[in-house]
Design a protein around this ligand. Structure first.
Ligand code: AMP
Length: 359
């Protein structure tokens, strides 16, 4: 999607990607191999004006090594912080960004003290390699804590208080080399089994105060990290306040609606930022609904028959749970989006979590 946004701007792309027949390989030159392969990293950078990443588990040292040869954005430091929940929490507290209370669990002997300080229910989260609910367990009873820690392999973790949020939101900001910043309207995200199923953009019932709060914390994070590119901050809304859950230093699934539903897509703005160009406008064009296509694909004709729909297939082999594409419905009012969601909900690969239609 980055390449598709970049070709009209006259850019060319080369990708490093472990999977054969990848999405990226269908739209540009692919070097197939591992992100830690130094020879491939060298070949990737050769002749490139700049390097970016859109996968969070790229080794931070690989990004840092590349940065010695050519500009890498977002900064490798942002990747290092995002890969470690403890560094992320410390960043939030350094900047006064509200987040759920937590305690460090370096080893089993820390569990009791962590439980005392955090209370139950809680989430045990591994410090590293946690995304889409991986490396995370809900702890409702005292007796569940030790087995949960053991099941995660006893790796360094955090115990975090469970938040009774009203909804999950995300804010996408973009910062250019010049320091110029822009923000998309807050997005409401619905997950099932910790995987994003659906986004509504702008988030319904969005107050200017909430938008301002989100932009303020996103700006603070971007400034602190000397950030360049698109940054997503995942948030919980509790009453009229926001708690930061985690950051994603990359273009983000909750920003896919911007391709069809915003003045400038997150992908184009990410490239503009990295290239030192002026950022594009981030206003929404009406309201949008985005649903992910997971595991299996609907018939193209069935998607296109939904008024206002835009289909994006990633050219991937179907596999259970795999993100294979998404559909964005734009230009409808709330009733129109609810009608579209009801139609899409019947299609293979689409899950519309309960309560979506009722709002
Ligand atoms: P994460 O891997 O941190 O993004 O968590 C995945 C999902 O788990 C989030 O999108 C939330 O739905 C849920 N979750 C994570 N942390 C908490 C928490 N402290 N309280 C309640 N739900 C949480």
């Amino acid at each position: 999607m980055l390449a598709l946004a970049g070709y009209p701007l006259g850019l060319e792309f080369r990708f490093l990607e472990p999977q054969p027949r990848s999405s990226a390989g269908q739209v540009g030159e692919q070097l197939q191999g591992e992100y830690h392969d130094r020879e491939l990293l060298q070949r990737l950078a050769e002749g490139c004006d700049l390097v970016t990443f859109e996968f969070e588990s790229v080794p931070d040292w690989a990004a840092a090594e590349l940065a010695e040869r050519c500009p890498v954005f977002p900064p490798p430091e942002a990747l290092r912080v995002a890969q470690d929940r403890l560094l992320e929490k410390r960043l939030f507290s350094r900047l006064g960004v509200p987040a759920a209370p937590y305690a460090e669990v370096s080893e089993g002997t820390d569990l009791e003290a962590a439980l005392r300080s955090v209370g139950l229910p809680a989430r045990l989260k591994s410090r590293r390699l946690g995304y889409d609910g991986h490396g995370q367990a809900r702890v409702g009873e005292v007796s569940e804590l030790v087995p949960a820690f053991a099941a995660m392999g006893g790796v360094p973790s955090l115990l975090e208080r469970e938040v009774h949020f009203e909804r999950e939101l995300s804010v996408l900001g973009v910062r250019a080399r010049s320091g110029q910043m822009a923000f998309y309207p807050l997005v409401e995200n619905r997950h099932q089994d910790s995987v994003l199923r659906l986004s509504l953009a702008p988030a319904p019932r969005l107050s200017p105060a909430l938008q301002q709060e989100a932009e303020g914390l996103c700006a603070a994070i971007m400034q602190e990290l000397g950030y360049v590119g698109v940054l997503a901050v995942e948030l919980f809304q509790v009453g009229d306040r926001l708690l930061a859950n985690e950051i994603a230093p990359r273009v983000h699934n909750s920003g896919h609606w911007t391709i069809d539903g915003a003045a400038t897509s997150q992908f184009e703005n990410h490239l503009r930022a990295g290239l030192g160009w002026e950022l594009g406008e981030t206003a929404a064009r009406g309201s949008s609904l985005m649903v992910n296509l997971l595991g299996e694909l609907p018939a193209v004709a069935d998607v296109l028959a939904v008024p206002g729909s835009h289909l994006h297939l990633y050219g991937k082999e179907p596999r259970p749970g795999r993100k294979l594409g998404h559909v964005t419905v734009t230009g409808r009012d709330e009733a129109g989006l609810a009608a579209a969601a009801a139609r899409l909900a019947h299609l293979p690969g689409v899950t519309v979590p309960a309560a979506t239609l009722a709002g």
